[in-house]
Design a protein around this ligand. Structure first.
Ligand SMILES: Nc1ncnc2c1ncn2[C@@H]1O[C@H](COP(=O)(O)OP(=O)(O)O)[C@@H](O)[C@H]1O
Ligand SMILES: N[C@@H](CCOP(=O)(O)O)C(=O)O
Length: 321
């Protein structure tokens, strides 16, 4: 559960008074997510999501995230729409945090994705990449290859508490990825965190994408690698090749990969695995006192990383070369 910041009744009342969304009927902390504090805000105009932005969000990036949701929605991507107050502002301050209200999306995330879900998410990711074209703001990926070493340095001395030998394993991987990370591939706006819990399905159809708070400009195929890791592995740590093939086929039906992207995919998958290993490791070792949050298992991503080390080319992901 992620609620880091509590909201006092009087603060909520004066914040909501600035909006045309009716009277507050209830406010409940949401028992999911790990990054920000999210509340289900029900007013007599219906349900909304109220987000207080926490530690990992730089307030200077908020116009990018808010503008991106507007941009993508205007191009047919089903995603939350920022709600503006009477002054036309989508961003405010509540309980000492930057805060926004966004529209509520119907649907549920899928706990055990099947191959058909993976096919759908592949297609939706490619649509998102195409819809992102023309978005005028940009944001560097702070969690790409040049951000990994500083993050590791903040966790390195305690990494072996999680697993003996982990620090050395990560250090070796970092050296390799820093030397071999691609310098040019097709790039654009990426979601960068399109995990199953950020994708809603309703009546077996994909019904919306949420959580754009890691979105940035980076290689499009890196976003595919993030999804491959998040959607296509089984609980025992093995890759489900059928799901991987479905995800990649769903993507390339909408936006075909370039040969360079296919060649880079195993390396991008290693990088993506390391990125989530590092943020999870840091979070595991630094749970804020009193926060209602369940930190995620860093070693799940070590297992994925180790798998990708064995991969020679994309045929390991079920694609025929
Ligand atoms: N626009 C939305 N519509 C419906 N539910 C939402 C919406 N945004 C967030 N949620 C709910 O809040 C949970 C956490 O949101 P998320 O953005 O993933 O949080 P975090 O940024 O902390 O990871 C989601 O799993 C979902 O249940
Ligand atoms: N997806 C990340 C954690 C970020 O949280 P989310 O709730 O925004 O997906 C992970 O699994 O490490």
């Amino acid at each position: 559960m992620a609620v880091y910041t509590e909201i006092a009744d009087d603060e909520l009342a004066s914040f909501i008074a600035g909006y045309d969304i009716g009277t507050v009927l209830s406010l409940k902390g949401i028992a999911e997510g790990v990054e920000n504090s999210n509340y289900l805000l029900v007013t007599d105009a219906g349900p909304h999501i109220l987000t207080l932005y926490e530690k990992r969000v730089d307030p200077d990036d908020l116009p990018f995230f808010i503008g991106l949701m507007d941009h993508l929605a205007s191009r047919g991507i089903i995603c939350p729409l920022p709600v503006r107050n009477r002054e036309g502002e989508a961003l405010g301050t509540l309980a000492g945090r930057p805060a926004a209200i966004v529209t509520f999306l119907q649907g549920m995330w899928v706990r055990r994705p099947r191959a058909d879900h993976c096919f759908a998410i592949g297609g939706a990711l490619a649509q998102l990449h195409i819809a992102g074209e023309g978005f005028e703001l940009t944001r560097r990926n702070a969690l790409s290859v040049d951000g990994w070493r500083p993050l590791f340095e903040r966790a390195a001395d305690r990494a072996d508490e999680v697993m003996p030998g982990l620090a050395a394993d990560i250090a070796g991987e970092l050296d390799l990825l820093e030397q071999s990370w691609p310098s040019s591939l097709p790039h654009g706006v990426i979601h960068a965190d399109l995990f199953p819990d950020n994708v809603f399905f309703l009546h077996e159809e994909l019904s919306g994408l949420i959580d754009f708070y890691f979105a940035c400009n980076d290689f499009l195929a890196y976003d595919v690698a993030v999804c491959l890791n998040a959607w296509c592995f089984e609980a025992d740590g093995s890759l489900n090749v059928t799901k991987a093939r479905a995800l990649l086929s769903g993507y390339q039906k909408v936006r075909p990969f370039t040969p360079e992207e296919l060649a880079a995919l195993p390396l991008l998958a290693r990088g993506s695995a390391l990125r989530f290993l590092l943020t999870r490791l840091y979070d595991w070792l630094n749970v804020p006192p009193g926060a209602l949050v369940a930190p995620k298992d860093p070693l799940e991503y070590l297992r994925k990383l180790r798998f990708h080390r064995t991969v020679k080319d994309v045929s390991a992901y079920g694609l025929i070369l």
